[in-house]
Write a protein that binds this ligand. Structure first.
Ligand SMILES: Cc1cc2nc3c(=O)[nH]c(=O)nc-3n(C[C@H](O)[C@H](O)[C@H](O)COP(=O)(O)O)c2cc1C
Length: 223
């Protein structure tokens, strides 16, 4: 799998965890591109098959619990786009702050805005260095979950199935209250059988951008 890992840090902890994530996923045979948020562009979100984001929580404009400030312009730029891909989020925080690991909440909202899906529940680390061994074990347990999910997807089934379900849901949301019967997963699957996964992501984003998801979907498939 081609994975993009985007991170930012103020005092180095998120970098340490980002490198653990990179090493574990690379050792599991994935191709991991690691980028700091400040050098990441919206175009970088186009080709990877999965995206991992890591951020500390910090103050921004006097408010606690924000992602690292390098994420803010990037999220602003990307959030109007569709990045209907699997995501995973890890956050470094400190529970003595009022909004503990609030960055993770902001990043989860962002993933929702771009129509991404979370592969595994987000990882929230509390005061990494106050229990380095315990927190390293926590990161490793999270990575095991992530690798299991990715391995399942590498077999080709679940990511595609999920994507087809997303098409089906979109079409049926538009059909609700009309004379049209709901489309079934099997019908949609039959229609897109010839398309590769990357093309399905492309088609989904095109349908989302158009005024009518279904019209675009059936129009593109007819042409
Ligand atoms: C000025 C400042 C503000 C912080 N704000 C928060 C916060 O709002 N919520 C939180 O959970 N942790 C907060 N933290 C704790 C950091 O997120 C935590 O130390 C983290 O490990 C830092 O990661 P980094 O080393 O990658 O920058 C703050 C720390 C500092 C120094």
């Amino acid at each position: 799998m081609n994975i993009l890992l985007v991170w930012a840090t103020n005092s180095g902890t998120t970098q340490t965890v980002a490198l653990m994530v990179k090493d574990a996923l690379s050792a599991a045979g994935h191709s991991v591109t690691v980028k700091e948020a400040r050098e990441t562009t919206p175009e970088d979100f186009a080709s990877p098959q999965a995206i991992i984001i890591g951020s500390p929580s910090w103050d921004f404009d006097g408010n606690e619990g924000f992602p690292h400030e390098d994420f803010l312009p990037l999220m602003e730029k990307v959030k109007t786009q569709t990045v209907a891909k699997p995501f995973a989020i890890f956050g470094l925080g400190d529970s003595s702050y009022r909004i503990y690991n609030g960055a993770v909440d902001h990043l989860e909202k962002f993933v929702g805005e771009v129509k991404g899906t979370l592969l595994v529940p987000s990882l929230r680390i509390d005061k990494f260095y106050s229990d380095e061994a315990g927190n390293t074990a926590k990161v490793n347990a999270w990575l095991e979950e992530l690798k299991k999910k990715r391995a399942g997807m590498a077999r080709g089934a679940s990511e595609r199935q999920e994507l087809i379900q997303r098409f089906t849901d979109k079409i049926n949301a538009e059909r609700s209250g009309t004379k049209w019967k709901p489309a079934t997963w099997g019908q949609v699957n039959g229609l897109v059988r010839h398309l590769k996964e990357q093309d399905l992501y492309w088609l989904f984003s095109q349908c989302e951008k158009s005024g009518s998801f279904s019209k675009k979907f059936f129009g593109v498939l007819k042409s």
